[in-house]
Each structure stands twice: as C-alpha cells, then as structure tokens.
Write a protein that binds this ligand. Structure first.
Ligand SMILES: [Ca+2]
Length: 67
C-alpha cells in the first residue's frame, strides 16, 4: 500500500488506496492486512466498476525491494 492509503476499517493499517489512471478511478484494496493489494477495482467515467487482476496493476508487488 502506498503511504497515502486509507485505513477504512480503523485497525491502524492502511488498506485502501485510490489513484487515477487516465480517466479511470482505480481503487486497490488490501483484504488480509499484509499491506499488499488483493483486489483492484477500476471505475470508469460511466461509473461502471470492473475488477482488474492485481498483477496487472502491481506487477512487482512481491518484490521486497519495492517498498
Ligand atoms: Ca493483502
């Protein structure tokens, strides 16, 4: 999770990051608290929500040198 991620469940660990990719809003959610996104939702300008593969958005999310 990036430093500006939100703690939506109040446990002190950021679990949700919101960013913009082009004209889409992208929401990355850490479901299990390991600080790596488990679910990525892409919200288009027409408000449709699509789930996106996490690896497509964070291809190097398992790289320990990436933090
Ligand atoms: Ca996780």
């Amino acid at each position: 999770m990036p430093d500006d991620a939100f703690d939506t469940d109040g446990d002190g660990t950021p679990d949700t990051a919101v960013t913009v990719d082009g004209i889409d809003l992208v929401v990355a959610i850490d479901l299990d608290g390991d600080r790596f996104a488990d679910q990525v939702l892409r919200i288009g300008p027409d408000a449709t929500v699509r789930e996106q593969a996490v690896d497509a958005w964070f291809p190097d999310h398992d790289d320990p040198g990436d933090q």
